[in-house]
Design a binder for this molecule. Structure first.
Ligand SMILES: *[C@@H]1O[C@H](CO)[C@@H](O)[C@H](O)[C@H]1NC(C)=O
Ligand SMILES: *[C@@H]1O[C@H](CO)[C@@H](O)[C@H](O)[C@H]1NC(C)=O
Ligand SMILES: *[C@@H]1O[C@H](CO)[C@@H](O)[C@H](O)[C@H]1NC(C)=O
Ligand SMILES: *[C@@H]1O[C@H](CO)[C@@H](O)[C@H](O)[C@H]1NC(C)=O
Ligand SMILES: *[C@@H]1O[C@H](CO)[C@@H](O)[C@H](O)[C@H]1NC(C)=O
Length: 672
């Protein structure tokens, strides 16, 4: 061989060797960093992977059975002269789960191919499949961040772990996700699915064959010094000369959104630090599009909640109002008088003064039926009187409380009282048969079905009863009590049709309350004694006058002043008497069924009581005695009555009791 040709050969060899040297893959370091992936990231994506507008790399959304891969597009030389190259990587991931349990996890992968053979979703994380678990031709290394504990199959320690995978997802190494604090070396657990960015570092020392894996929440300011996993791992049989680095993630029946927010990678040296302040945002947890049924549920629920809130609010308002309504504001003096009822009790007894409990309404106010719980369900009548002024109230209540102590079988028992603002409530025994005027005239408030006509005997019993009650008021008490409002509608009838006089003393309330400058006369037209209109002063004699009206009314069945014809009952009866035909005035509806003697007595007594001169009227005691037949009338009454014939009604008023008393029942008998 010539030296020249040798030289040429040598040159060729050099060129060849140089060429050959050039063909050997460069061991030049690969070094990249992506703080977010929006700007020209050199990534190859497949499956469900995509780069979102904000820069986050989404490997999967939270739909079921997805898998997604993202690889750095150029190959990375991992074996140089059969020696594994050192590499380090750092990345920030975020696993967002809607609902309770998510899955299945993500992994950092170094694989011989961007297409992983046989890869499936679910617990295989898009890395392998059931058929090629651990097959040595897989050629991948992965660090998995697994959020589901597969049932036994994959030998997983728990549902929140970091594992090192070689050709398989059955990890050769695995640790519960966590980190060690730098100061006291505490082991702090890191929930991978917590929807917070988590940084991971994977460092491999190719010459020592040691793998370090470290994780920490991005909120931890510096990388923990102690790795979570630090272990010898032989990658020589796994790695080929050119490998691809990237990520894989999968969902199964359980699903999470898996995101990579930033990634740096370097061979032959420490990777660049990720700037955590520039992490892309993970999309706000997308509210699952409400299905019709959830929509209905939501609407129904909110309606129900609103309803409950409204009902509760109304309830509270009503309760407060009712409490305020029922609250007692007592004046000091009220405590001094017995028989006081708490307003609340009366309110409850009348069901809140409901209209259905209204028995009647009259000049003094309304009367309600009430049932007292206190006395074991006794029925009472509660009279509500609205006084026009409170000035007289105090004295009146004092009197009422005093009257409450009066007991007589012909007086309606006053059980108690209650003052409330302008209102005075009086509690009486309930009289089931209503008032006398309803029985006499069929009209009136109660009871509603027209009552049966009263017999003469019943009328007599009622009149005797009322007279007896009035005697008690006038004489039987330590002080004289003037009733002031004797009339048929104030005569109430008990269950046995016995009479009880009600409302005694009540008219006083109006006198107390009246303006002292004006004398207001209280009473009922037709029952009011003539002197009352003059003096305005009620006396026992004015009660007698009113009782006279009652006598005539009961006997004749006519009103004191006929509402239609305006006929004055006293005058009308007297006219019959003057004609010597007194019993003609007796109620025609009785059809003759009455004791004529008694009828004459009653009519005559009625006239006697109705005399204009107060002193001419008998006292209630005398009235009683006459009614009871204890005193008999004198003989010469006929004369007197015929004398009356010649004088007009104005003169009749001057007829004195003493002259009347000279009339005898016997002479009256001949009147007809
Ligand atoms: C989730 O990703 C899959 C695959 O990319 C896609 O078909 C599906 O529409 C996505 N679902 C949602 C809710 O975005
Ligand atoms: C491993 O995978 C290769 C390629 O898919 C296949 O030919 C081989 O049979 C597999 N080996 C085993 C043990 O399954
Ligand atoms: C599962 O783990 C146990 C103990 O850690 C080990 O003995 C066993 O071989 C593992 N099984 C597989 C399939 O890797
Ligand atoms: C860290 O703590 C968990 C329990 O919280 C335990 O299972 C795990 O083994 C600990 N890791 C190390 C490395 O001590
Ligand atoms: C791995 O961790 C150990 C223990 O902290 C450390 O000594 C070693 O330098 C680390 N190796 C790499 C490649 O980071």
């Amino acid at each position: 061989m010539s030296p020249a040709s040798s030289m040429a050969l040598l040159g060729t060899v050099t060129v060849l060797s140089l060429l050959a040297h050039c063909l050997v893959p460069s061991s030049a370091a690969v070094d990249f960093i992506y703080n977010g992936f929006q700007h020209a990231a050199d990534l190859s994506l497949d499956g469900s992977a995509s780069v979102l507008r904000g820069g986050a790399l989404q490997l999967t959304n939270d739909s079921t059975n997805l898998m997604g891969h993202a690889f750095f597009t150029p190959p990375v030389p991992m074996l140089v002269n059969k020696a594994v190259v050192s590499f380090s990587t750092a990345f920030v991931f975020d696993i967002v789960t809607v609902g309770r349990g998510g899955g299945h996890g993500l992994a950092f992968v170094v694989a011989a191919s961007k297409v992983l053979p046989g890869a499936t979703a679910e617990q295989y994380l898009g890395l392998v499949g059931k058929g090629n678990l651990g097959n040595s031709s897989n050629h991948f290394f992965a660090v998995e961040f697994d959020t589901v504990q597969a049932n036994g199959l994959l030998n997983e320690t728990n549902g929140n772990h970091v594992g090192v995978d070689l050709n398989s997802v059955v990890s050769t190494l695995s640790e519960p996700a966590g980190y060690f604090t730098d100061d006291d070396g505490r082991n702090v657990s890191v929930p991978l699915e917590s929807a917070q960015p988590i940084q991971a570092w994977v460092d491999y020392d190719g010459s020592a064959g040691v793998l370090n894996v470290t994780i920490a929440p991005a909120s931890v300011p510096t990388r923990p010094h102690r790795p979570l996993i630090s272990h010898a791992v032989d990658l020589t049989t796994i790695f080929k000369q050119d490998m691809y680095v990237g990520f894989s993630a999968a969902t199964g029946k359980l699903a999470s959104s898996h995101y990579i927010l930033a990634w740096s990678f370097r061979t032959d040296g420490a990777t660049q630090a990720i700037d955590l302040s520039r992490l892309p945002k993970v999309p706000k947890t997308p509210a699952p599009p409400p299905s019709v049924s959830t929509f209905i549920t939501i609407v129904a629920l909110s309606c129900a909640i609103t309803l409950v809130v409204v009902v509760v609010a109304i309830g509270v308002v009503l309760w407060l109002r009712r409490r305020a309504e029922l609250a007692e504001t007592l004046e000091e003096w009220e405590l001094d008088h017995p028989h006081r009822f708490p307003y609340k009790e009366l309110y409850k007894a009348t069901k809140g003064f409901r209209n259905s409990e209204l028995l009647g309404a009259g000049g003094f106010g309304q009367v309600y039926r009430g049932v007292l719980r206190r006395s074991g369900g006794d029925t009472v009548a509660i009279k509500r009187i609205s006084s026009n002024g409170t000035q007289g109230m105090r004295e009146f209540v004092a009197e009422i409380a005093c009257l409450g102590r009066m007991r007589h079988r012909n007086l309606v028992e006053l059980r108690g009282w209650c003052k409330r603002g302008q209102d005075l409530l009086l509690v009486y025994d309930f009289m089931p048969n209503g008032s006398l005027d309803a029985h006499l005239f069929g009209a009136g408030a109660s009871p509603s079905p027209a009552p049966a006509l009263l017999t003469w005997e019943q009328r007599m019993r009622i009149l005797r009863g009322v007279a007896s009650g009035l005697v008690y008021l006038h004489e039987g008490w330590e002080q004289v009590v003037v009733h002031r409002d004797v009339k048929a509608s104030n005569v109430l009838l008990g269950a046995d049709m016995s009479a009880r006089l009600g409302d005694f003393g009540l008219a006083r309330l109006y006198e107390h309350g009246a303006d002292p400058g004006t004398t207001r006369v209280v009473g009922t037209p037709g029952y009011m004694a003539p002197e009352l209109t003059v003096t305005g002063k009620a006396t026992t004699a004015s009660d007698v006058f009113a009782f006279g009206g009652l006598l005539l009314e009961a006997a004749s069945g006519r009103r004191p002043i006929d509402p239609v014809s305006g006929v004055n009952l006293v005058r009308w009866v007297r006219d019959h008497g003057v004609k010597g035909d007194l019993v003609r005035a007796v109620d025609e509806r009785l059809d003759g069924w009455y004791d004529k003697e008694e009828a004459r007595l009653v009519l005559w007594l009625g006239l006697a009581c109705s005399q204009w001169q107060p002193e001419a009227r008998p006292s209630m005691r005398q009235v009683c005695q006459y009614l009871d037949g204890e005193e008999v009338m004198q003989e010469d009454a006929v004369l007197l009555l015929s004398d009356v014939d010649s004088i007009d009604f104005g003169s009749f008023k001057s007829l004195t009791w003493s002259s009347c008393a000279t009339m005898s029942a016997g002479s009256l008998r001949g009147g007809r």
